[in-house]
Design a protein around this ligand. Sequence first.
Ligand SMILES: Nc1ncnc2c1ncn2[C@@H]1O[C@H](COP(=O)(O)OP(=O)(O)OP(=O)(O)O)[C@@H](O)[C@H]1O
Length: 819
Amino acid sequence: MEKNTKKAPTQATEQSKILSKPRIFFGVLFIATSIILTFSFISYLLNWRADQSQAGTMLDKTVKSSNIFGKIGDWLGNFFIFQSLGIAAFVVAFLFVVFGMMILKKNYFKPWKTFGHSLFLICWVPIFMGAVTNGQGVLSGVYGFQIMDFLNSVIGTVGLWLILLVSISLYFILEFNLNASNVKLKLNNLNDQTLGRVKAMMPNSSENFEADEELENEVDDIASKIPNSKVNIIRDFIPEIEIEPIVTPNRTSFEDIPNVSVTESTGSSINLNPVSIPVVDPTPKADDIEFKVEVPKTVDIIDESDKKSQELVDKHGLYDHKLDLANFQMPTLDLLRDYGNEEIAINREELEENKNKIVGLLKNFNVGIAEIKATVGPTVTLYEIVPEAGIRVASIKKLQDDIALNLSALGIRIIAPMPGKGTIGIEVPRKNPAMVSMRSVIGSQKFQNSDMDLPVVFGKTISNEIFMADLTKMPHLLMAGATGQGKSVGINAILTSLLYKKHPSELKFVMVDPKKVELSLYSKIERHYLAKLPDGDDAIITDTHKVINTLNSLCIEMDQRYDLLKNAFCKNIKEYNKKFTERKLNPENGHRYLPYIVLVVDEFADLIMTAGKEVEIPIARLAQLARAVGIHLIVATQRPSVNVITGMIKANFPARAAFRVISSVDSRTILDSPGADQLIGKGDMLYFNGNEIMRLQCAFVDTPEVEKIAEFIGEQKGYASAFMLPEYSADETTSTVGAFDPNEKDVLFEDAARIIVSTQQGSTSMLQRQLKLGYNRAGRIMDQLEASGIVGGFNGAKAREVQISDLNSLEHFLEELRK
Ligand SMILES: Nc1ncnc2c1ncn2[C@@H]1O[C@H](COP(=O)(O)OP(=O)(O)OP(=O)(O)O)[C@@H](O)[C@H]1O
């Protein structure tokens, strides 16, 4: 069986090699014809002048022909060379060989390529020869001459040459893919391959040249002896050709190839004829290589833990974080009051009047206006003007006060130019502003359908659109505004929008309210939405010292969350909660569903004044790092001065909301640009998202409305207690305090000790103020004071206990330390 399968292909190839007799006959006939043609043509070229006159005397025996194939040769030469193709007739002879070989099944040539090249040469060479010889001689043939002559008369000599050169260049480029880099590459290859062979030929080369020289001398001799001899004719016909050595890469001369005999395992021997070895190009062309493209199917590798989680999901379903308060009802819209006067009434008279005033005033200052357009918002109307060509924007900006005076209105703001528009905007407050109620914005489709993680609806823009932002994207918000300008209403609006969208299991607030009254309303939702320290009595923190503990506790919560995320290989809280919901994280390993935590600080200035760095540092740390773990800060202040909103705080709060502030300096502190001092109050605000400043009318939510919402939530079943933040103990800070080393004590150590003992207050911030130190250095000194026993350990909210009662005792103590 095996033998049969082995023999089958051999037999087939052997059979295919057997040629029929007609094939052999015609094959040999074609090749013979080619040989006759070639030699006839050569002979004709050598004798054509003499034989030309004898054309048409085929049957006349008296007339002798000089052609090697006699009168037939003459006739062939005359027909193919003179009458038609010139030296391109050799291509015809070559085609006969090709046909012959094909019939004999010798596939030396690719038929279509060979015919293509031949056809091009048959067309091009005669015209080219015609152009070179200008129609003299037989090299172009009648065909070449006629076409050359025709082209010459139509497009001139230059045009003719241009066509010839362009066509031959295109031929080489298209057929052989020749371009500068390819030619270089091929030449290099050729050089590399031939170098060895050429070198090998070198020793004989001088002999060869000598032999050539001898031959040439002999020919010269003969030529001089025989005037008009054939030798001279040959010389006339053969142009000077530079001969370059051309070596076929994989093939030496036939003599070089030995007869190879291969003995098969069966014992029969096959003779491989060296002539039939095809020339193989060593570099395969890109088109010839088989190119397979495979798109592998995604293989979902389910590891053990995935399997387990899948089983759990199949058994219990996805983890439902809302399950504990499954019946919790989100606040309803009717808890919010309908104020009624929200329709924007367009007062045409007012608009016309303001427009005339603006145009008139600008005219007085030689500022021409090409176009003016008004957009009516809830509290402000935006007049957009297109100044005439050549008017400088700065010249309009300078007129801000004049325009305000002329319109006798507060709160004029000029935006020159309007970002994204080719206009200058002048915002003019309306005489009868419309109210933007919380009910209208919460009830809007935009808010109801929003899929933001922490959607905050601020109110409406001046083009009357509802404005929303995602707190997770902000990711922290800094709010400022002078007293009575709508800041507290703004905070309530933010909290209300979050309460209307988030389930108690998804969101917790840490509320800091040094004013004690602003956020107290929310105490009712303590068991639903608030977070506090384990030992804290009140969830809403009003005591500055407690704030420090809470902030530090939040930092611990942040660090713990980062650890959880790291162990779960998650980048952010969203990914982590998704994994937890899919039961891929084991609660036994400490994993839990993480609610977002929003820290709200109502009066930040007050905190900074009382606790300084102790508050600033954890706030800055949270602002820098907490976004990924779902802790976001909303920090509000009445006094946006630089010592409250420090560079460190500002850098980490890209989103800012400014209600009206007292001075443009305050505006610059909060927004990095003036404008907040030009607002009209009552919820008129500017919102900066890190890119552009937008003017908004904050939605109004009154205290009774917030109370109703809080009651609605508070009356429902809640968790057992508020969300517990991690415990923060003083030990964590004292743990770094080691034994006292007198040699390493700070130079200000003794001064600090005297201040502490004289005031009997172990406060780091007091040391900072009195000694004008940075927080870190003051902290280090305090650690040294503790290690030496002058003050007690860190006491959380309270100041450290001072262990020495008077300065005298201290001096003794210090004396002892110095020894
Ligand atoms: N968005 C608003 N729409 C209409 N009126 C508003 C708006 N916001 C505030 N007001 C008006 O301004 C008054 C003061 O607002 P709010 O209590 O928020 O000021 P505040 O900046 O918090 O002041 P303080 O810092 O003293 O608490 C409100 O009682 C209300 O009448």
